[in-house]
Design a protein around this ligand. Sequence first.
Ligand code: PMP
Length: 360
Amino acid sequence: MKIYNFSAGPAMLPEEVMLKAQDEFCNYGGTQSGIMELSHRGPQFMEVLATAKQNIRDLMNISDDYAICFIQGGASMQFCMIPMNFLPADGVADYADSGTWSAKAIKEAQRFGKVNIVGSSKETNYDRIPVVRHWKPTENAIYLHITSNNTIAGTQYHTFPPVHKDVPMIADMSSDFMSRVININDFGMVYGGAQKNLGPSGVALVIIRKDFAERANKDLPTMLRYSTYIEKDSMFNTPPTFAIYILKLITDWMKDQGGLGVIEEINNTKSEGLYELIDRSDFYSSPVYPGSRSKMNVVFRLPTEELEAKFVKEAAQNGMTGLKGHRSVGGIRASIYNAMPLAGVETLVDFMIQFEKENG
Ligand code: PMP
């Protein structure tokens, strides 16, 4: 039976990528050594790194004003690196509070300076993106931080807050990185843990405007400074070579798909299929405000928790795994990142129709 893995991350990878990695695991490019065994300063890995970066530049249309860095410690490390680098004790950073991960980023920033919460949807259980026109920004904020897709609540920004030229916008894009076309020039920095759309956990992809990076605190330990990664091309220490190799394969795959425009259209089709079914059914319901629904993490409820448990169990028996909602909110969550094929979503939709017939 074909298994479709709807897990929120680490998540499904394209089959072609897995097979290619398997193929090259023990013998990379005829070297008789696996990529993991090759020196990070050797020609093979240097080419992998350069190609991964070029692929990202091409796919996201990124100019030389921005640096592309691979930083260990996942997205959570960025929660502290950002304020460490940019937020002085007497400075104010603006944060939008749109879910659990935003709240974690806010908590870290509060260790270093002052945080102004520009808008929050906490009172309505993060069922929406806080309405931008009601935000209360700080006049001279050091930066504005948003979470573009809220993996647990199942919400996503469909338009980004307006750009303010003196306040760089930083976005945690962990769960919708490279799933759609964005204008990178609207951002001072975007970052994300790679384990959803980009492959391996433990590494963050950080795209940062070089002139913004120059404003950073120069007194930090070397490994915690963005400038180190920029100046040393993410190679001050031994980088996570295997993770970067997988990222290279995944971005090759994205190019083969036709780029982010094509990927975005497929993602739209996939999520629309699920939301249409949820909306026309009296059995399934969406806890998310329609204008804020995520195209990556589709969360929904069934009439009772018992039925939800039965749904998760029977779906797994039918080849659909990882559908249990996050432990903090319950319900069902179908994570449908780039690598989830349309056929996987169609299989889930068919199963949902059948399950409703039998249990509705
Ligand atoms: N931000 C978001 C939006 C996430 O979904 C996650 C992980 N699920 C994180 C940050 C934390 O990422 P990591 O585990 O790589 O630190």
